[in-house]
Ligand binder design. Structure first.
Ligand code: ADP
Length: 404
């Protein structure tokens, strides 16, 4: 099946056109700066040359029109007819408490998505816009929603409840949801396959470390706890997000600096994290370079980042009553041998022993712990788009079977 996977943000759409049988993208690309006169479309066919087009793209509907046009284009396209797109899979950030798995998008699902807007005011409206635009261009094609939150939604109450009055949880649905669920699900399954064991028999910690970063405790194939919370702000230190912090800190800053709620939100989401501590960059590569040059604040940022991951490993090992595999993924998890090394340092008592050589040379899916390490430490590149395409295929096939 050929699935168009869309990840719609407020001013961007990332896409991959995936052939599920071979598990690869026939083409991928992005439209950025939607709403501006100089929007940019980049498109890379699997076996062709990458192109870049700059022009006015005023909304998501026009952006998707361009994506379809470039997929069909004579010189750079990968299909001859729009009907070669069998289905569309959408990444949707927040499924609230409503969705515990991927679903075919129906009118009822659209209503539920709209109800969840309040929970993700930055992301869900853009996801909805993308769905509506795709429906307009491809009204006959099945559209499927795959949620970032779904994998975590069956965590036990002891993991998802905050210590606020229960009535507020009930009234406003304030609880831990967790994000990056598609990635945590995918890499934990890949890890089990690599280890040759059913995921149902394993205790796995997954660390998705990108600009946004989160960890999950996955016991017997289910997420029982995760570090992001009501929003993606909680947990690990991130590129520009603050992560765990005494909530009073923000009240204190609001008072002292006379910030509005919006300004406080921007402070915690955009000016904190690696960038906030280092004052240099939100990008781990640049942080590592600055550390190598002896920059003390960059070193502080690096240390806070890795120390917090270490703490979560301890916490989640205790939560699961043991640990079989520790998986690193995401831009930093996959590429920074320094981060992996620092996180795993002095963890022998927990059964974690990194093999320095394997860590330095790791490529693709790889075990990077030493032979005698009780816990298998792994590098597994994530592939959220493939999961979205495969979920879409499964849902569409199930519907077709039901019609037989
Ligand atoms: P996003 O969360 O936006 O998808 P990515 O998963 O692409 O982000 O991760 C981006 C992060 O990965 C950046 O901090 C970047 O510096 C880091 N990164 C990428 N390559 C390397 C590398 N070779 N060494 C260290 N960090 C890297």
């Amino acid at each position: 099946m050929k699935v168009l996977v869309l990840n719609c943000g407020s001013s961007s759409i990332k896409y991959q056109f995936i052939e599920t049988e071979i598990g690869t993208a026939l083409a991928k690309g992005a439209v950025e700066r939607i709403g501006m006169a100089s929007a940019i479309l980049t498109h890379a066919p699997r076996n062709g040359e990458k192109i870049r087009i700059v022009g006015e793209i005023l909304d998501h509907k026009i952006a998707i029109e361009y994506v379809i046009a470039v997929l069909l284009s004579k010189n750079h396209g990968v299909i001859k007819d729009v009907n070669e797109i069998d289905a569309v899979g959408h990444r949707v950030v927040h499924g609230g408490e409503t969705f515990s798995g991927s679903v075919l998008i129906t009118d009822e699902v659209m209503r539920a998505l709209k109800e969840n807007i309040e929970l993700a005011p930055l992301h869900n409206p853009a996801n909805i816009k993308g769905i509506l635009a795709a429906k307009e261009h491809m009204p006959d094609k099945p559209q499927v929603a795959v949620f970032d939150t779904a994998f975590h939604i069956n965590m036990p109450p002891k993991a998802y409840l905050y210590g606020i009055p229960y009535t507020l949880y009930k009234k406003y649905k304030i609880r831990r949801y967790g994000f990056h669920g598609t990635s945590h699900r995918y890499v934990s399954k890949r890890a089990a396959t690599r280890l040759g064991k059913p995921v149902e028999e394993l205790k796995i910690i997954t660390a998705h470390l990108g600009n946004g970063a989160s960890m999950a405790a996955i016991k017997e194939g289910r997420s029982i706890d995760t570090s992001m919370g009501f929003t993606p702000l909680e947990g690990l230190l991130m590129g520009t997000r603050v992560g765990d912090m005494d909530p009073s800190v923000i009240l204190y800053i609001i008072g002292k600096e006379e910030l509005s709620i919006m300004e406080a939100n921007t402070l915690m989401n955009k000016h904190s994290g690696l960038l906030g501590i280092s004052g240099e960059s939100s990008d781990m590569r640049e942080i590592e370079e600055a550390v190598a040059e002896g920059n003390k604040r960059a070193k502080n940022a690096f240390d806070v980042f890795t120390y917090r991951i270490k703490k979560y490993i301890g916490a989640y090992t205790a939560a699961m009553g043991g640990l079989d595999a520790l998986v690193f993924t995401g831009g930093i998890g996959e590429n920074s041998q320094l981060v992996r090394k620092s996180v795993c340092e002095n963890m022998e008592y927990l059964g974690i022993k990194l093999d320095d050589k394997l860590n330095e040379t790791a490529n693709g899916e790889a075990v990077i712990s030493s032979e005698d390490s009780h816990v298998k430490v792994m590098r597994i590149p994530t592939n959220e788009e493939l999961v979205i395409a495969l979920d879409t295929e499964k849902i569409v096939n199930d519907i077709l079977k039901g019609k037989e």
